[in-house]
Design a protein around this ligand. Structure first.
Ligand code: ADE
Length: 221
């Protein structure tokens, strides 16, 4: 998979993709991640990328030209162009699975007070990572990349994500490791039993219980 990220703050990405699973995925050639400063595409003599909003209002708005030109330069006929915005569809694990099947993603990080609405016409998808407003699309783009790259075949053991939270609309079951008793807190007996049927049943019931308590909305789906 190739991921091109369009941002005004490329330095924000300096360490995040050089650690842990994403670093490994890159080393294994499962993903290539390119960070582009879309200011470089500005045709303005001062490399301006924003302007005041028509009709008045606070703040500056990203102009269409640099982003249109950057996308045109990078887009292939099979690319998926994603615009990150708090007004987009709320991101879910199912979307991460679907996007992990794509060959090429172009992710546009909005910034400042917003972007010219015409930019939405070049996006295949508009995504919000949740009902809160961040200062820009950089952190949301990191969220997308992390959640997608770990699902690429061969990046992590497939069993690990089959049992992730949100598969089957259930939260993950609780897990424990050594020691057996820590500060008086004991590991549930069933996990020590070696009885795989019982363990499977326990884990399913715990998932269900946790989901009912914390995210009953998932069970309604
Ligand atoms: N940009 C600012 N807030 C955002 C959010 N919640 N999701 C995606 N992009 C954003």
């Amino acid at each position: 998979m190739i991921i091109d990220i369009l941002t005004l703050f490329p330095e924000m990405f300096n360490t995040i993709f050089e650690q842990s699973i994403i670093k490994r995925a890159k080393e294994l050639d499962k993903v290539v991640i390119n960070i582009h400063n879309f200011r470089d595409y500005s045709l303005d003599s001062h490399k301006k990328v924003d302007d005041t909003p028509y009709g008045g209002g606070a703040g500056m708005v990203l102009t269409p030209q640099p982003i249109f030109d950057a996308v045109e330069d990078l887009r292939k006929d099979y690319s998926k162009v994603i615009l990150l915005t708090p007004s987009g569809n709320v991101y879910k694990q199912k979307m991460a699975y679907d996007l992990s099947k794509e060959k090429h993603l172009i992710i546009i990080c909005g910034h400042y007070e917003g972007f010219d609405e015409r930019i939405t016409t070049i996006a295949d998808l508009q995504i919000s990572i949740g009902d809160y407003v961040l200062t820009g699309g950089e952190i949301p783009s990191m969220v997308l990349v992390d959640s997608i790259v770990r699902l690429l075949p061969g990046v992590i053991n497939e069993e690990s994500h089959i049992e992730d939270s949100f598969n089957n609309n259930l939260l993950d079951y609780p897990t424990y490791t050594k020691p057996r008793i820590y500060k008086g807190l004991e590991v549930p007996e069933v996990l020590l039993s070696g009885n795989h049927e019982q363990i499977k049943k326990y884990r399913y019931e715990e998932s269900l219980k946790k989901t009912k308590q914390i995210r009953p909305d998932l069970l309604e789906k």
